[in-house]
Design a protein around this ligand. Structure first.
Ligand code: ZN
Length: 335
């Protein structure tokens, strides 16, 4: 039996197969889409399909190529990734890859290199990779995966063909997640995961949903001056900064909606509607747009060398000022 793809990846899969049918498989393909949407699953399913000796729509799952791939020991399948989440991919990994690619594929077929979190390539690693991206060698396919394509160096971005994976329709994501029987509220999981189904599923096994709810009420307290922003940043120091900023982005979008249309029927955080409505009545639209810009810059800064704790502190200080003055100047320093 071949692999079964997640239902929302069908269209991307058709695109990949269309390359094969047309015999125009890109040598460097950037696959981008939200965190938790299944980019790695798609890339690995496709890699196995390329390495399979008897492929049909999918890999056969049973030939020598498939067995090696499934055991994680296929010599013509290479994976490059940060040693740790949030850490850069260093130039040594790329030098090692280039040395590897100088040899012929061991099984005489395709050779596939998957770059997980490709936006984490540091500048030296990216520069070392440029020539290889243009001429990776015969039958070699480089699949670069990222949820932050804008964080990739332009030199890398421009050398890749691109395949974008959109977020699934809410109904498709809901149906799939309900079938996983997590025992938790599907709409809340999808709201926290911003509709990325695999992320929603992972959240069901973590305490992130509760953390987000607590973080939200702490943010409300900051606006109503029941909590100091700096001490909250200190309390948040052990939480994942990416998650916190992501939640704040999502709350801010909902606040802008509510500020424009107080009974807005669709909110991403429908479970927090009451608290969001209380906040929206107190905040200024212009300040919210300014804060949204600040959040986006913070999100980008988190991919770099920013002082993460200081960044959180600055965000919360600005957040605390949201209810006070519509004329706040957004003076933001990337540190
Ligand atoms: Zn096979």
């Amino acid at each position: 039996m071949g692999s079964i793809l997640y239902p929302w990846l069908d269209e991307a899969w058709q695109r990949l197969n269309a390359y094969l049918v047309a015999q125009r498989l890109p040598q460097a393909l950037l696959i981008h889409g939200a965190d938790g949407i299944g980019k790695t699953h798609l890339a690995e399913t496709f890699a196995q399909r390329l390495l399979c000796k008897n492929p049909e729509a999918f890999a056969c799952g049973d030939c020598a190529g498939c067995r090696l791939f499934l055991a994680g020991t296929h010599p013509d399948f290479l994976r490059i990734e940060p040693v740790e989440r949030g850490k850069p991919i260093a130039v040594d990994a790329i030098r090692h890859l280039i040395a590897n690619l100088a040899l012929k594929p061991q099984y005489g077929g395709y050779r596939i290199v998957v770059f997980c979190a490709a936006h984490q390539l540091n500048i030296n690693a990216a520069n070392a990779l440029l020539k290889t991206l243009e001429e990776p060698g015969e039958n070699t396919v480089m699949l670069l995966l990222t949820d932050s394509p804008s964080a990739l160096p332009a030199t890398i971005f421009s050398r890749c063909q691109r395949l974008s994976i959109p977020l699934p329709d809410n109904a498709i994501a809901t149906r799939w997640l309900e079938a996983q029987r997590t025992g938790k509220a599907t709409d809340v999981l999808l709201a926290v995961a911003r509709c990325a189904p695999l992320k929603a599923l992972a959240l069901a096994d973590s305490d992130a949903v509760e953390q987000r709810r607590t973080a939200f009420s702490e943010c409300v307290d900051v606006v109503f001056r029941r909590q100091e922003p700096v001490s909250l940043a200190e309390r948040w120091s052990t939480l994942a900064h990416e998650d916190l900023v992501g939640w704040m982005v999502s709350w801010t979008i909902d606040l802008i909606r509510l500020r424009s249309l107080p009974d807005c029927p669709h909110l991403d955080n429908s479970d927090l509607r009451e608290g969001l409505q209380a906040l929206a009545g107190r905040l200024h639209l212009k300040s919210l747009f300014g804060f949204f810009d600040l959040l986006l810059r913070a999100k980008r800064a988190l991919n770099g060398q920013a002082n993460r704790q200081l960044l959180l502190e600055e965000l919360l200080i600005h957040w605390a000022q949201l209810g006070r003055s519509p004329q706040t100047e957004w003076d933001y320093h990337e540190c």
